[in-house]
Design a protein around this ligand. Structure first.
Ligand code: MOS
Length: 736
């Protein structure tokens, strides 16, 4: 069946009106009668143990209902881990497991009161005495030898090839700690009825969270209900549950009334993940004409004492560019900071900053154009696996983007391009992100009121999943999106995908399509056996549904009958079908990735020491686009984050107590309106023939990959300063 033009069209997101009118209910918006408020008490030391907790003052304060801590919180369990599905947790240790403190900001108590203000006030009066140890906050303080790599890859003989290469670069690139800062902070309302618990949540995975809560609280899976209809974004921070969710559930169970817990913005910097620092030692060897002979990429990142998180910054390196000799290695080092977690484009985002920066250093050394060196080392197939790419049009991304930014007018000399008081610089960066499709269930219902309903236990973190699901049903049934209800964000629905790894669209689309086809088939059957149906006795195989009408194949849809009429004739409220789909059948034979190119133009005004991004152009090769507006929105937002990564974001910890010093929006700078220039986004829109019928790959993360190296190269082009430690700081440029 041909795919209709509604796919890829610029429909307005179906949940948009609810969002802009305040009708969308985020976690704490759910009106729950008798709800009490939990305020966390967080550790003020980075390492040590709780010697004593004095609750006497706080307990006596007005409105206080109870205070939980390790001494009285009741049973809480660890998850079974990889042996058991749906039990992925961000931090292995359950809250309040014992009196040990592993990082600043770790929860040490939870005060519950009848109002939010009273809870906060009482929390400030819980007196905690600590036995304090010196926290380790920097990788440089860890002197134990690294030992063998925790992850490695090798092809050819990279060390020898590097030694013999006529042209070499050998530099260290670093990326800072970046903190996920979704608008909606992590929050939970926990409501118990007997041994059943409902959690109003904000999560990137309702199904996984249901499993985790079941395991950590020791109640059967079907006694746990996760409700998360709207998520004020997550960026990876909401992939897997954090202790705050469990605290709310524990407190509500102990006190016998609903409890609401919100993570304050300051604790968003300590207890719910961050992108860890990467230190990347990259050595490149090349021929005189810029062909790579050796790539050696070695990365260290810190993790906490409670997580094994590795920032897989070398993950893309064996795939990205053509080179016979490649070696990568990764190590993790444990520090007294909260646990890191995947943040938009994890691994690839810092990793491609390193690799593309190294390639630019090579280009600088060779006096070569940055775009030319990328084309020179273009990988025609995945040299790490020998497999062909399922679909790769990166060359077209480069050429289209170059045209739009005016790359041909780029004069190579540092500071050679001017516009009034500004020195203009241009840079290019490559985007890559693995494409993956997993398994999902979806249900589609066609009702006598003429509407369709599509449901799955997935969630929309702002990426457009509501709209994508509706569009697939619209494509299959021909109904306008106004007559289609998307239902998600509820663990009681048929199990759907996580919103993670840019996999939700590729995963849910086939399930929705299959369920749609199934229910349409049932409807055609109904038409062939319903009294009064114009198709009574007609072979259902010769019928079709178009524009919501059942008709004979090859005849105009208007000649047919609306499906709701058939339901009415039979006095049936609705037909419904559920489908389960798995991974892409031929995925093992291909290397599947999204690709893209970012072009960044900066302006440096040396008179007033002002650096601004003037323009960005992004060309994406992301398979077929399903929902054009929300897809564009993803890439625009990711490029904004890329500007933040290049110029502002950096969480820094006080070495005395491991406190993040800029744990607020005044001091932790993210790119905002004044930092954002004209942005152009182009989708190539080549369907991926391997990933599925629609050819749609995920695009939530790739837009951030490759922005920062394009930006730092543009800065070099304008100023002559090569920044290898993000973010770019004005002080560095003033030395120019
Ligand atoms: Mo993404 S970092 O898997 O939310």
């Amino acid at each position: 069946m041909a795919i209709s033009p509604i796919i890829g069209s610029a429909v307005t997101r179906v949940d948009g009106k609810l969002k802009v009118t305040g009708g969308a209910q985020y976690a704490v918006d759910h009106p729950i009668e008798g709800v009490a408020y939990g305020a966390p008490v967080a550790s003020t030391i980075g390492s040590g143990r709780i010697a004593n907790i004095d609750l006497s003052v706080a307990e006596a304060m007005p409105g206080v209902l109870g205070i939980l801590y390790h001494g009285n919180c009741g049973p809480v369990y660890r998850t079974a881990g990889p042996f058991e599905r749906n039990s992925i947790v961000s931090e292995g240790r359950p809250p309040f497991e014992d009196n040990k403190v592993y990082y600043y900001g770790q929860y040490v108590a939870l005060v519950v009161a009848d109002t939010f203000e009273r809870a906060l006030d009482a929390a400030a009066h819980v007196k905690v005495d600590y036995e304090t140890a010196k926290p380790v906050t920097r990788m440089s303080e860890v002197t134990t030898p690294l030992g063998p790599a925790h992850r490695s890859y090798s092809r050819g003989d990279a060390e020898t090839a590097f030694k013999n290469a006529p042209v070499k670069t050998d530099e260290v690139y670093t990326t800072p700690t970046e903190t996920h800062n979704p608008m909606e902070m992590h929050a939970t309302i926990a409501v118990w009825k007997g041994n059943h618990v409902t959690l109003y949540e904000t999560t990137q995975g309702v199904v996984n969270m249901q499993g985790v809560v079941s395991q950590m609280l020791g109640v059967p899976l079907d006694n746990v209900h996760i409700v998360s209809p709207f998520v004020g974004s997550g960026f990876g921070g909401k992939l897997f549950p954090w202790p705050n969710t469990i605290l709310a559930a524990m407190a509500a169970r102990k006190l016998g009334r609903p409890v609401k817990v919100t993570v304050p913005r300051s604790l968003m910097f300590t207890t719910v993940g961050h992108r860890p620092i990467t230190e990347q030692h990259i050595r490149l060897g090349a021929t005189q004409d810029g062909k790579l002979q050796a790539v050696i990429h070695e990365v260290k990142n810190p993790t906490s004492l409670l997580s094994d998180y590795m920032e897989n910054a070398t993950g893309s390196t064996p795939v990205m560019y053509s080179c016979p000799n490649v070696k990568t290695a990764q190590w993790v080092v444990r520090l007294n900071i909260g646990s890191p977690m995947a943040m938009r484009g994890p691994g690839a985002c810092p990793g491609m900053y390193g690799l593309d920066s190294a390639l630019d250093d090579l280009a600088i050394k060779l006096n070569m154009d940055p775009l030319e060196i990328r084309l020179k080392n273009y990988a025609e197939r995945d040299e790490s696996s020998g497999k062909p790419f399922s679909s790769k049009h990166l060359r077209e991304c480069y050429t289209k983007g170059a045209e739009r930014i005016g790359w041909s007018k780029r004069t190579p000399g540092v500071g050679s391009m001017r516009d009034g008081n500004e020195i203009v610089g241009l840079g290019v960066g490559t985007a890559i992100w693995g494409a993956y499709r997993g398994g999902a269930h979806a249900r589609v219902r066609l009702s006598a009121d003429g509407r369709a309903r599509v449901s799955s236990a997935t969630q929309d973190i702002g990426t457009g999943t509501y709209t994508v699901m509706a569009l697939i049903v619209a494509d299959k049934t021909g109904l306008p999106v106004e007559r289609i209800d998307s239902v998600l964000g509820d663990s009681s629905l048929p199990p759907g995908p996580m919103s993670g790894g840019s996999t939700a669209t590729a995963t849910i689309v086939p399930a929705v399509a299959a369920a749609s086809v199934k229910v349409i088939g049932q409807m055609l059957d109904l038409a062939s056996r319903t009294n009064g149906s114009p198709y009574k006795g007609v072979d259902a195989q010769t019928l079709a549904m178009t524009n919501g009408r059942v008709h004979k194949q090859g005849e105009a849809p208007e000649s047919g009958i609306p499906f709701e009429k058939l339901l009415e004739m039979q006095q049936i409220a609705a037909l419904e079908a559920e489908a389960q789909t798995g991974g892409a059948p031929d995925a093992d034979n291909y290397s599947m990735h999204c690709f893209g190119a970012h072009f960044v133009e900066v302006g440096w005004d040396p008179g007033i020491a002002r650096l601004r991004v003037r323009k960005t152009v992004t060309v994406m090769d992301a398979g077929r686009i399903i929902s054009e507006k929300s897809a564009r929105n993803q890439i625009l937002g990711a490029v904004v984050m890329g500007i933040g990564m290049g110029m502002f974001e950096d969480t820094y910890y006080d070495p005395r107590n491991a406190k993040p010093l800029n744990n607020n929006f005044a001091d932790y700078i993210v790119a905002t309106n004044a930092d954002i220039p004209e942005q152009e986004v182009i989708f190539l829109d080549y369907p991926d023939p391997v990933i599925g019928e629609y050819g749609a790959r995920g695009i939530g993360e790739i837009g951030l990959v490759g922005v920062a190296p394009a930006l730092t190269m543009a800065v070099y082009h304008a100023t002559g300063v090569r920044v290898r430690n993000l973010p770019v700081r004005i002080e560095q440029l003033m030395k120019a």
